[in-house]
Write a new protein. Structure first.
Length: 215
């Protein structure tokens, strides 16, 4: 069954503890979207938010670093108890394999992310190294965007290559997923879906998580 990672970027920051507790109860993973205003146009939050979230998080935390120097965040994220961390290939480039090793040395699961305009084949060299791959289904840096349907073909190609190599790696998708397209996303080979407004913008977020999961 597909797992759901509600993104707290779409949560109510005036009542953030309530929304974190909701994810603890109903979600699978707490997704932390970190933006630096350089790699992506917007700035989201840093450790002023992550630190208090970590104190009450019981679900695993997944940090998505949309920043130009992701390696600067790794050690502090590990100290906060973050279990999963993805960084963008666009930011790491030739240091991608090194960043994966750094995360593993700190005890974190390592993910490599790419935007929709980056060929998914750029991820192939890291199959067998990374624990998961984050295929953006919108352009990183903005919430509430519409799902780019070419993502389904990109996911299917990546899944086929992982299987061809006999490797183990999860595929995560982030952006524009809602109840109307989540089954197609799952069928393409996605294991973990990030959902922001589809969860926290719903009248009943707990029911929205259940519907996305297909339970």
């Amino acid at each position: 069954m597909i797992q759901i990672a509600p993104s707290i970027l779409a949560a109510d920051f005036l009542h953030l503890e309530k929304d974190i507790e909701l994810v603890n109860r109903c979600g699978d993973v707490i997704h932390l979207d970190v933006m630096d205003g350089t790699l992506v146009p917007n700035i989201s939050f840093g450790f002023s938010v992550i630190d208090p979230v970590a104190k009450i998080a019981r679900a695993p935390m997944d940090a998505h670093l949309m920043v130009v120097h992701p390696e600067r965040w790794f050690e502090k994220l590990a100290k906060d108890g973050v279990q999963m961390c993805s960084f963008h290939w666009e930011a790491a480039g030739r240091n991608t394999a090194r960043h994966i090793r750094l995360l593993h040395d700190l005890g974190l699961k390592a993910g490599v992310a790419v935007n929709p305009d980056i060929p998914v084949s750029k991820l192939y060299p890291y199959i067998g190294q990374a624990d998961y791959f984050l295929v953006m289904s919108v352009f990183a840096g903005f919430g509430g965007q519409k799902f780019i349907y070419e993502t389904l073909d990109r996911v299917a190609a990546l899944k086929a290559e992982i299987q061809r190599r006999g490797a183990q790696a999860l595929i995560e998708v982030d952006g524009g997923v809602y109840e109307g397209n989540v089954r197609a996303v799952e069928e393409a080979g996605v294991d973990l879906v990030v959902a922001g407004s589809a969860v926290f913008g719903a009248p009943d977020p707990a029911a929205a998580i259940s519907a996305l999961r297909g339970a």
